[in-house]
Design a binder for this molecule. Structure first.
Ligand code: HEM
Length: 211
């Protein structure tokens, strides 16, 4: 079973399949836009849709390391960079919907809003933290920074995901179940990472691989 899974993960098509999977929410959004089905408030719909997918993809990216260890499938690393870059793509679209249709590209107004509304402040921080990670996601940057420094920098993804969860929790007015569920998933992933660094006896699985 594990060998079959490994063959699938290593197959020529697996990356294209994950790429299409990550692209499918965007395709769905385009399909709804084409059919004029973006609800009565399209900007809000796109904002929520892209926000949701940013958070989901951040958590999936963070789940890669625990899953490759727990399932003994180190080849899952092949998809981590792509997943992270897709999370970044969705947050860029999320941010663009905000500064474009929402703020009418009024940068002054945007800064005031970032300073005034805590949920925007924390979301903005989550976005800014992802920028250096996206920029340094290549093999060249891993070489330039060295594995340890690169890994330390890329731990910022946990802070970014935390900002995303707090952002979501603060913006929801009544039903907090979903942001709490995302928070619980992030806590499990964080605890796994913490336990891993406290009990370092387990053999380390080969580190950063930008593919
Ligand atoms: C890591 C970064 C971010 C994540 C993970 C994230 C995630 C989310 C999520 C999950 C939602 C709610 C979706 C729903 O209700 O279904 C949301 C809404 C929203 N986000 Fe973000 N976001 C991020 C960054 C930002 C940034 C940088 C801005 C703007 C500066 C922003 C502005 C908004 C706005 C205006 C809403 C809608 C609020 C409302 O309808 O009341 N977000 N975001």
């Amino acid at each position: 079973m594990r060998e079959a899974l490994r063959q699938i993960l290593l197959s020529r098509w697996s990356k294209s399949a994950v790429f299409l999977l990550c692209l499918s929410p965007l395709g769905y959004l385009g399909w709804r836009a084409y059919h004029d089905e973006l609800t009565a408030n399209p900007v809000e719909f796109i904002q929520h849709f892209t926000g949701d997918w940013t958070l989901r993809l951040l958590l999936v990216t963070l789940a890669v390391t625990p899953l490759r260890r727990l399932l003994n499938l180190p080849d899952l690393i092949r998809f981590r960079r792509m997943l992270g870059l897709f999370a970044f793509t969705y947050v860029c679209l999320h941010f663009l919907t905000y500064i474009g249709p929402d703020q009418a590209f009024d940068l002054g107004g945007m800064w005031k809003d970032v300073a005034k509304r805590p949920f925007i402040t924390v979301g903005f921080l989550g976005f800014v933290l992802l920028i250096p990670l996206a920029l340094t996601s290549t093999k060249g940057w891993i070489r330039r920074l060295g594995g340890r420094r690169w890994q330390a920098l890329h731990r910022l993804i946990y802070v970014s995901a935390l900002c995303g969860v707090v952002h979501y929790y603060w913006l929801v007015k009544s039903d907090h179940r979903l942001p709490l569920m995302y928070g619980a998933i992030l806590s499990v992933l964080l605890l796994y990472r913490l336990a891993g660094s406290l009990f370092k006896s387990r053999p380390a699985v080969a580190v950063p691989a930008a593919q």
